[in-house]
Design a protein around this ligand. Structure first.
Ligand code: AMP
Ligand code: ZN
Length: 668
């Protein structure tokens, strides 16, 4: 298919606009359009490229993520050595640095450019004619690793610069604090090892072999250096930063030209106290001689430049006693141990509690009640217990064990799977999980209550207006209005209408919304078909549940104990009266009851979904793979291996026509 000229033009236009707005957003920090408008442009481009794949170029803004994981990371030799920096921690040392610089240069006064030192991972980017061709980590300074695929997945790194230059730039990839916390919380809930700090998290992410994972983690990057600055007529570090900005690279915006060491020190003090306001971790400042000719004159030692130095902020660690351990229950029911500390001053705040992440974390570090522990603000975020000073033990310390019941609902506690590290409250109705349950119930596949999204649910739960599923149907317009902020007359009214409309959703959707472990849309349909009403389902014994085709012993047991747990029972007692489910689609017809179907290939008059619905609406069961329990395989054109298997097992095979005949009841 050839590409119409108008389409080609539009694609071009969209790419330019997207690049421009990314630049406004990431580099200039002054977006002109909203995120939604941006997404719209992006989606339009995606659609056009989908339709005309021959128009896709590697630097199109849609081409950030590789389709497949790459193998190992390749080694890259750097064009020139990447140095590390000398560190200082005190005013006295920074004055020594300044004295030495001025002595070597023979100047009374030297300008310094002071920048925040981002606590991330060094990266080098190579652009040819403005196109990103290589990204590499620092490695040992001589050889690094090729991380081009992953760098492309970082949205703030342009695939194409605003000018077609050949250039090598250096900078720092980092993970915003907010993302760092999210990832750690998520990892902790999943029982994975947590990252000690944003730097490790960024490094770990950059070395991922699958760039799709990198996109999910929202890495970011700042650039601060241009290799061979003389080639671009640059005279100072300040000019370097302007050039980075001009060609479209993101830079940390708080850098400052200082005319004396005193100014450097006050810059350092200001950011030492204010660094918590930033969404990225900074562990100090970097002081650079501003003039590039002077930098060259000063040169390098074997490991670092003589013209720059890192002036670090004091480590945010403190020692205190761990008095006790309490437990928090997360939204997924994960039980997180929290250290109750002897209050201690740390980075300007009094810290009384610190995260212990999970029980594995405690075991690995052998943390005990009564221990003297070191706590740290990792990249000044939530304080965590990093280690135990075991030499201070008295022998009275007590080991920490998981609680025997949920601290919120007193339900049973355990691991969901044997290999899990995370301990969870196993009571599906645990109020700690309320918000998640409500969100599922209101979601598209379930009761489909438009306007009752996670944000709104969170507010309603916080306001005490929702604490179980039945509460949804008790909400009043006036109550919603009383919440204020963003909930006006119209919104409130719409929400009530949508809630009322959901009262008549068919039974299988209600079942989906209950969030019974192991019960998705398909099983919910089977249950609805079999039992016909919520009250009959609720009365079902374990044996009856087991006799539903497709439901085994284990699942029957789960469903039974869920429906009969105290909290769910009480909730359903009320909920049942609020709902008047409309009939399942034509469930009256039970001609195919208990018969199991598999489809393969494609059909002329029916869609695969259509076949599925016809089967289910007649009480049949749908399965994705052929087994000896399969009754029929419906085979369309170009069928797959399922057909061979069916033949081997001697299962009845139906053409589309045969199938329609069967449905119409004239089975021969
Ligand atoms: P270190 O790893 O402690 O030797 O510190 C040197 C590293 O600090 C460099 O390799 C960079 O990765 C990083 N860094 C962060 N921000 C800057 C900055 N503004 N200028 C120079 N290096 C920086
Ligand atoms: Zn619980």
């Amino acid at each position: 298919m050839s590409v119409p000229e108008s389409v080609e033009k539009r694609i071009e236009e969209l790419r330019e606009q997207i690049d421009y707005h990314s630049y406004r957003y990431y580099v200039l920090d002054s977006p002109e359009i909203s995120d939604e408008e941006f997404d719209k442009l992006y989606k339009e481009l995606e659609q056009l490229e989908d339709q005309y794949p021959q128009t896709i170029t590697p630097d199109s803004p849609t081409q950030r993520v590789g389709k497949r994981p790459t193998g190992q990371l390749k080694e890259v030799n750097h064009s020139s050595r990447l140095y590390s920096l000398d560190n200082t921690y005190s005013e006295a040392e920074i004055r020594v640095f300044d004295d030495r610089v001025r002595r070597i240069l023979g100047h009374d006064r030297v300008d310094y450019y002071a920048e925040l030192k981002i606590d991330g991972l060094s990266i080098v980017l190579l652009y040819q004619k403005g196109r990103l061709v290589l990204a590499a980590t620092r490695g040992d300074g001589v050889t690094g690793e090729d991380v081009t695929e992953n760098a492309r997945a970082i949205r703030s790194i342009p695939l194409k610069l605003r000018e077609p230059v050949d250039i090598e730039v250096r900078g720092e990839v980092f993970l915003p604090k907010s993302e760092f916390e999210k990832i750690n919380q998520d990892r902790s809930e999943k029982g994975l090892a947590v990252f000690a700090n944003p730097r490790n998290a960024a490094a770990g992410t950059m070395r991922q072999l699958d760039s799709r994972e990198v996109v999910r983690r929202r890495l970011d990057a700042f650039f601060y250096q241009i290799a061979n600055p003389g080639d671009y007529g640059l005279n100072t570090q300040a000019e370097t930063i302007s050039m980075l900005r001009q060609i479209g690279l993101r830079y940390e915006p708080n850098g400052r030209l200082c005319h004396s060491v005193e100014e450097v020190i006050s810059y350092w003090k200001r950011w030492r106290d204010r660094r918590h306001d930033l969404d990225y971790a900074v562990d100090g400042i970097v002081v650079k001689v501003d003039r590039i000719d002077l930098q060259d004159e000063l040169g390098y030692t074997s490991r670092s430049p003589r013209w720059a130095i890192a002036f670090k902020f004091p480590a945010e660690q403190a020692e205190t006693t761990l008095n006790d351990v309490s437990f928090q229950v997360g939204r997924l029911g994960t039980i997180t141990p929290v250290a109750e500390l002897e209050p201690v001053q740390l980075a300007g705040t009094t810290v009384k509690r610190a995260s212990l992440h999970n029980f594995e974390y405690i075991r690995e570090r052998d943390i005990r009640k009564g221990d003297t522990v070191v706590i740290e603000k990792a990249g000044d975020i939530i304080p965590q217990v990093v280690s135990v000073l075991s030499e201070k033990r008295t022998g009275l310390e007590k080991s920490i064990s998981a609680p025997s019941s949920c601290p919120i609902c007193e339900g049973p506690v355990g691991k969901e799977k044997k290999e899990d590290v995370a301990m969870k409250c196993l009571n599906p109705g645990c109020p700690a999980k309320t918000e998640k349950r409500l969100a599922l119930f209101a979601s598209r596949n379930s009761m489909d209550i438009e306007g009752l999204g996670e944000k709104t649910i969170e507010r309603l739960v916080e306001a005490g207006m929702l604490s179980n599923l039945a509460d949804i149907y008790k909400l009043k317009k006036e109550e919603l209005l009383a919440l204020g902020k963003g909930i006006g007359e119209k919104t409130a009214e719409n929400l009530i209408t949508m809630i009322n409309r959901s009262r008549s959703r068919p039974l299988h959707r209600i079942i989906v919304g209950l969030g019974i472990p192991g019960v998705g849309v398909k099983i919910a349909r089977d249950l609805a078909n079999y039992f016909g009403s919520l009250s009959v389902l609720r009365d079902a014994t374990q044996d009856e549940l087991e006799s539903v085709p497709g439901i085994g012993v284990e699942l029957a047991e789960k469903i039974y104990s869920f429906l009969n747990s105290k909290i769910v029972k009480e909730e359903l007692d009320i909920l049942e009266h609020e709902l008047e489910p409309e009939e399942e689609m034509k469930t009256v017809d039970k001609t195919l009851k208990g018969q199991s179907f598999v489809i393969t290939g494609s059909f002329e008059t029916l869609t695969r979904k259509g076949v599925e619905e016809l089967v289910i609406s007649r009480g049949g069961i749908f399965s994705s793979s052929v087994s000896k329990n399969t009754d029929y395989v419906v085979a369309g054109s170009s069928p797959g291996s399922k057909l061979d298997k069916a033949k081997k097992l001697g299962i009845r095979i139906l053409s589309e026509k045969d199938f329609l005949a069967l449905i119409d009841g004239d089975d021969t």
